[in-house]
Design a protein around this ligand. Sequence first.
Ligand code: HEM
Length: 554
Amino acid sequence: MSRYLHGAMINCFVGALSLIRCPAIMSFPVLSQFASIKIAATENLSLLALALSAVFALAWYLWIICFRTPKGSPPGPFGLPIVGSLPFLDPELHTYFADLARRYGPVLKIMLGKKVCIVVSSPSAAREVLKDQDTTFANRDVPIAARIATYGGKDIGWNPYGPEWRMLRKICVLKMLSNATLDSVYGLRRREVRTMVKYLYEQAGSPVNVGEQMFLTILNVVTGMIWGGTLQGEARDMVAAEFRSLVSGIVALLGKPNVSDFFPGLARFDLQGVAKEMKVLAKQLDGIFETVIDQRVRMEEEGGGMRSSSNGKDFLAYLLKVKDEEDFNPPLTMAGLKALLMDMVTGGTDTSSNMVEFTMAEVMNKPHVLARVQQELDSVVGKEKVVEESHMGKLPYLQAVIKESLRLHPALPLLIPHCPSKDATIGGFTVPKGTRIFVNVWAIHHDPSLWENPSEFDPGRFLEEGTNKGAMDYGGKDFTYFPFGSGRRICAGIAMAERMLMYSLATLLHSFDWRLPEAEKMDLDERFSIVLKKRIPLKPIPTPRLSSPALYEE
Ligand code: HEM
C-alpha cells in the first residue's frame, strides 16, 4: 500500500519533469534554446507552485488537527492530509501497531485514508471492547474483498451482529463444531492423520513441507465433515489440490490493505485490482460448491448409498434439509449456506495448519522441549502403539507447548476487525460509530509487563502452579491471553482447532524425529496477512522412531 501510494506520487512528479525534458523537443535548435529558457522559467514556476501547495496543505492540515479533531479522540500518529498514515504503513501490521502503542499508549487512533481506526493493545482496553461493551462492538467492518468472498458478507465471520449471524453460528456450533459431533467423527480425523503419517514415512530422509501436509489433512477432515463421501477418489484429490491455492489466495487478499476500503469514493476504480482478483477466486470456489451441492442433491433424489449420512453426520445434507425451512427465522438461504461452507473451509484450514507449522518450528528450535514432549508421549503411548485422541488428556506438557505457540504466534494477531454499532468510548476516549477496531492480541501476548521474557518460547510458564498462567485456557476470560478472541464473536471452531492441533502434533512428534537439512538455520519470522504465517515454510526431514514399520501403515 505505502509503496503503491509513494510510487503513484513520485510517478506523477517525475512524469511532469520528464515531459519538459522530452528529447523530441530538445532536438530542435530553436526550440531547444526556447526550451532552455522555458525550462528555467517553468522550473521556477513549478517550485513556486510546489511551495504554495505545501503551505496551503500545511495550513489546511493544522486547521483540521486544531479545530476538527473531536474532543476526547485517542492520541496517534498525525499522518498526512487526505491519505493519513497510509504511506507509512508497514505490511507487518501487528508489529507496526505494537510499536505505535509503545509511543501513543494502549488506545490509539490512526487514520487510514478516510477510515478512522482504533488500535487497542492492553488487557483492560480489550476487556472494554470484547466484554464490557461486547454487544456494541460485536459488529464487523467488512472490507470489499471479504464482501465479495462471502456472498455479500453473508457468512458467520463478517455478518453484522444480529439474527442472521446468530442463526448461522447456532447451526454451525450445534451441527458441526460441538463436542458431540466432533466425537462422532473421530474416525475421519484418524483416517486423515494416519494417511499423512504414511506419506511422511515414505518421504523419510527427505525434506517435507509440514504446513502443506497439515493443510491437506485438515482440509480433508473439514470437507469430510461437510460433504462426507459426496466426492470420491480422483475428484476428491483434485478438489483438495485446487482448494489450497484458492484458500491461500483468498486469505492473502483479505489481508491486503485496499485503497478502495480507505477511500470509498475510489472503490469503483478498484485501483489495486483486489476486487477483480477476489471475484475470480470466489467464482472458482463457488464453482466447487455448486458441483458438490448438485451431486449431493442428485444422490438424495436417487436415494443412493449416501442416505445414512443425512442422519446428522454430513453437514451439507443437514444444511440442504433446513434451507428455506419456515422454522428458521431468518431462513437459511442458498447464499447463506454457501457462505457457511466458505467459513468452514477457509476459517479452519489456514489457521490450524499455520499453527502446527509454527509449533513444530519452535519445538525443533528447542531440543530440550522436543525431548520432553517425546518423553511424555513415550510414557503415555509407548513406541509400540500409535497415538489416539484418547491419549490427549494425559499430555499436559504438549498442551502447554501449544498454548505457548498460540501466545507467541496468535493465528489472527489483530482478531477480525470489530466495529461499534453506535458511538462509544474506550479508555475514556471517544470512538465514533463505524470505526474499525483492531484488537492487537499479538501485542498483549508480547507485553513484558504481563509476560516474563515474552519473546522466549517457554511452555513451562503454562505449568507454573500458583500462578494465573496455569489456569489459562482458550475461553477468552483472561484478557492477557486470548488467542481465539473473546465474547460473542469468539472463534466458533475452538473445540475442533484444539483437537486437530493436539492430535496432529502428538502424532507428528511421536512418530518421527525431525531435523533441518544440513547447513539450514531455523527461521521463526512471521508474515502478516490477516492470518499469521511463517515467513519461510518449514521443510524438515522426518526419521521414523516407532518400533515397527507396521505402525506407519495403519
Ligand atoms: C488454531 C486455530 C484457530 C484459531 C487460532 C482461531 C482464531 C480465531 C479468532 C481470533 C477469531 C476472531 C475472533 C474475534 O474477532 O473476536 C476467529 C473467528 C472465527 N473462527 Fe477461528 N480460529 C481457529 C480455527 C478455527 C476453525 C477450525 C474453525 C471452524 C472450522 C473456525 C471458525 C471460526 C469462525 C466461524 C469465526 C467467526 C466467528 C464470529 O465472527 O462469530 N476457526 N477464530
